[in-house]
Design a binder for this molecule. Structure first.
Ligand SMILES: *Cc1c(COP(=O)(O)O)cnc(C)c1O
Length: 373
C-alpha cells in the first residue's frame, strides 16, 4: 500500500462557490483568479468547475497558455502584464489581455509589431504602493496608451490594500473615482474581500464595476476568518487534505511525544501518528492543539509537526465512544467522508497564517484527485 496521504479538489464546491460569489457581487462579470496554479489546486483540476466564469486571471504566461490548451477561448488577463517585450508576441497570438502598470510596459507595447489590437487593463496605484501608476499620472498613461495603434480597448483597474476590513476600501475608491472619472473604459476593482465584506452603502462604496477579480472565495476561503467563517457566505471547501493514522502510541501520564518533547501527556492517553508532515504542506508552526478530524470527529494535534508525521489525540475520541487506530481516516482540512467540514481557515489561524498560504503550499508529493459529489 502507498502512503495514505492524498488531496481532493471538489468540483461541486467550485461550482457552488462561483454561483455564491456571482449572486453577491455588484460587478457584472467575474475574473476567476487562478494564479499560482489555481491557488495550489492545479489549473486543470479547477478549470471544469470554474467554466462558468467570464474570464480567467493569471500571473504568468504559461498559466494562460495552459488555459488555452485546456480549450478556454474566452478572456484571459495577465494580472501583472508582461515581464518582457517578447511576451507581447504571445499576447497577440493567444489574445491575452494584459495589465499595464508602468511606463516600461507602455514602451514595449509601442515598439511591438502586431495586427492584433491589445486589450489593456491600466492599473492605478490607489494606495497599496506595489504596482500601478500614481493617481496623478494615470490620465497621461491612459492618453499615451490610447494613442497607440497596438491598443484596442483600455480598462481601468486598481487593487485594494485593505478590503478585508469593513469599509476598508473607501479611501482607495475615492482616489480611483477622482482620478479616473473622465476616462472611458470598463472598470475592475474588487477582489474577494471587496466583493464580500460589508460596506456602508452610500456615495463612495460602489462605483459601477464591470469586472470583479475573485480568488480565495472561489476556493472556499474566508476573506476575514476572524470576523466571518467561509460558511457565512455559503462557501464550501474545495481542497481536502486527508491521510490516515499509521501507528498508535499508548502514552502514560507524564510521557512525551515527538521532537523537543514539547507535549507531555496529562493522563494516560492514546495518540495517533498520522502520515502528514510539513513536507506535505501542513504548517510546522501550528500550536499543539490545532483542530483535526479523525473519522470526521474533531480532535487536536499534539506535539511538534515533523517532516513526514504528526500526532493527534485519540483519547478525546475514546471519551466519546469512538474507536480509532491504524487506518483511521484523518482530515487535515476540508471535508471528511462523513460530511463534517474542518475549515482550512481554522488550521491557518492555528499557524498564524492565511488559507491562501496553505492552499498554495500543498506539496507536489501529495497525490491530488478531483472529486464529484
Ligand atoms: C490575487 C489577486 C486577486 C484575487 O484576490 P483574492 O483575495 O484571492 O480574491 C485580485 N486582484 C489581483 C490584482 C490579484 O493579484
Amino acid at each position: 500500500m502507498t502512503r495514505p496521504i492524498q488531496a481532493f479538489v471538489d468540483q461541486n464546491a467550485l461550482q457552488n462557490n462561483l454561483a455564491e460569489v456571482k449572486s453577491r457581487m455588484l460587478a457584472s462579470k467575474i475574473w476567476s483568479v487562478v494564479k499560482a496554479n489555481g491557488y495550489g489546486h492545479g489549473l486543470s483540476r479547477i478549470f471544469e468547475g470554474l467554466r462558468g466564469s467570464d474570464g480567467f486571471a493569471v500571473l504568468e504566461l504559461n498559466e494562460a497558455l495552459t488555459l488555452r490548451e485546456l480549450g478556454w477561448r474566452g478572456p484571459i488577463l495577465l494580472l501583472e502584464g508582461v515581464f518582457d517585450a517578447r511576451e507581447l508576441e504571445e499576447c497577440s497570438r493567444h489574445q491575452l489581455w494584459h495589465t499595464v502598470h508602468n511606463e516600461t510596459q507602455i514602451d514595449w507595447l509601442s515598439r511591438h509589431k502586431t495586427q492584433q489590437g491589445h486589450r489593456i487593463f491600466l492599473k492605478m496605484n490607489s494606495g497599496m504602493n506595489r504596482l500601478g501608476f500614481k493617481p496623478h499620472s494615470f490620465k497621461s498613461a491612459w492618453t499615451r496608451l490610447n494613442a497607440l495603434p497596438q491598443v484596442d480597448e483600455i480598462s481601468l483597474m486598481t487593487h485594494f490594500s485593505d478590503a478585508d476590513v469593513p469599509n476598508g476600501t473607501q479611501t482607495a475608491i475615492k482616489t480611483f473615482m477622482q482620478y479616473s472619472q473622465d476616462l472611458s473604459g470598463e472598470v475592475s476593482l474588487s477582489n474577494s474581500a471587496a466583493t464580500l465584506m460589508p460596506s456602508k452603502p452610500p456615495v463612495l462604496s460602489a462605483p459601477s464595476e464591470d469586472w470583479a477579480r475573485v480568488g480565495i472565495s472561489l476556493y472556499g476561503g474566508s476573506v476575514n476568518p476572524s470576523l466571518f467563517p467561509a460558511s457565512h457566505w455559503n462557501l464550501e471547501p474545495v481542497m481536502t487534505l486527508q491521510s490516515q493514522v499509521i501507528a498508535t502510541q499508548a502514552l502514560k501520564a507524564g510521557e512525551h511525544v515527538g521532537y523537543g518533547s514539547i507535549f507531555q501527556a496529562p493522563r494516560d492517553m492514546l495518540i495517533g501518528i498520522v502520515a502528514c508532515g510539513y513536507a506535505d504542506g501542513y504548517p510546522r508552526n501550528v500550536a499543539s492543539g490545532a483542530p483535526v478530524l479523525v473519522h470526521g470527529t474533531r480532535t487536536q494535534t499534539v506535539g511538534r509537526v515533523s517532516m513526514d508525521m504528526m500526532c493527534v489525540d485519540l483519547e478525546q475520541l475514546r471519551d466519546q465512544g469512538i474507536e480509532s487506530g491504524v487506518g483511521s481516516e484523518v482530515t487535515l482540512w476540508g471535508r471528511a467522508k462523513n460530511g463534517t467540514v474542518l475549515s482550512i481557515d481554522e488550521v491557518a489561524m492555528s499557524a498564524q497564517t492565511i488559507s491562501y498560504e496553505l492552499m498554495c503550499g500543498l506539496a507536489t508529493r501529495v497525490p491530488v484527485s478531483t472529486l464529484e459529489r
